[in-house]
Design a binder for this molecule. Structure first.
Ligand code: SAM
Length: 284
């Protein structure tokens, strides 16, 4: 390639030369804004000591910058039509490996020998499953710096009580400290997405901020609370048959915690969900 792909002229030229057709089903919106790209690389705090996983390199726009900043890069791309294009655009870099796979099928623990960082302009159709897989995989991930739909970024960093607060906010806060580091309008991509975007950095915590006796029960309570978020927490939990707690048991546990027994789940913090799960466990 004569010039950087982040320059829209070069991206358009390559797409035409290769007769590449964008696939909506893979969430293909390629970044063409230099300032946003620099913000992502800076925000991810990448150095030559780092190994980086990029999810969905596309034609290699962000990969070029990652190869220059990081020690080693692995880029996982689902679209096999992009693989020969990536061989061309990344031919000058010897520290990158492109893997043609669905990120959801990969064993993340075996990708690198040591810790690694994740950087990506994520496909929006599958953002939440990818982020949850990254954290739940058990892989040694230091941080996740990703472009996502703006609303999703706001849900990830929402605090109790607000309309954006929910399962995603609580799950993210269990694993990481989230921070939105850039807002990105649709004209920074080709083709333009219908929604606004944001870059969020999720710094992995060394230890979760809570340690419930039964972690799975805590997450089941969280899911039950937000499956019926307009209802009182005691009703949502009792209505969730599989959990096996009565409305009265939940109300009593909330009362013992000094909370209003009629409270809705959207008001509870992660540590309150953790305490509630421990108290309910004692009542079993
Ligand atoms: N990184 C490029 C950029 O910033 O210009 C492309 C980003 S584009 C929003 C998302 C990329 O993820 C596309 O290249 C798409 O083909 C790829 N992709 C979509 N689903 C995927 C999956 N399940 N596993 C791996 N890659 C995927």
């Amino acid at each position: 390639m004569a010039g950087r792909l982040i320059d829209p002229k070069n991206t358009i030229e390559l797409i035409k030369k290769r007769d590449f057709g964008f696939k909506k089903r893979f969430g293909q919106n390629f970044l063409v804004d230099e300032r946003v790209l620099s913000r992502i690389i800076e925000g991810a705090e990448i150095t030559k000591a780092d190994s980086v996983l990029e999810i969905g390199p596309g034609i290699g726009t962000m990969t070029e910058a990652l190869c220059e900043a990081a020690g080693a890069v692995k880029a996982v791309e689902i679209d096999k039509e992009l693989i020969p294009i990536l061989s061309e655009t990344l031919s000058t870099y010897s520290n990158v490996e492109v893997i043609n796979a669905d990120i959801m099928d990969l064993d993340l623990k075996s990708l690198f020998l040591g810790p690694f960082k994740v950087v990506a302009n994520l496909p929006y159709y599958i953002t939440t499953p990818i982020v949850m897989k990254l954290f739940e995989s058990g892989a040694d991930i230091e941080s996740v710096t990703v472009m996502v739909q703006k609303e999703v970024a706001e849900r990830m960093q929402a605090k109790p009580g607000g309309k954006d607060y929910g399962v995603l906010s609580l799950s993210v806060s269990y694993y990481a400290e989230p921070e939105i580091i850039a807002n990105v309008p649709p004209n920074c991509f080709i083709p333009r997405p219908e929604v606004s975007s944001a870059v969020i950095r999720l710094k992995r915590r060394s230890e979760p901020p809570v340690a419930p006796i039964d972690r799975e029960l805590m997450f089941e309570l969280i899911r039950a609370a937000f499956a019926q978020r307009r209802k009182k927490l005691s009703n949502s939990v009792a209505n969730s048959g599989g959990l096996g707690f009565t409305k009265e048991q939940v109300a009593l546990a909330l009362f013992d915690m000094g909370l209003d027994p009629m409270i809705r789940g959207e008001k509870l913090s992660l540590s309150e969900f953790s305490e509630l799960s421990d108290r309910l466990l004692e009542m079993k």
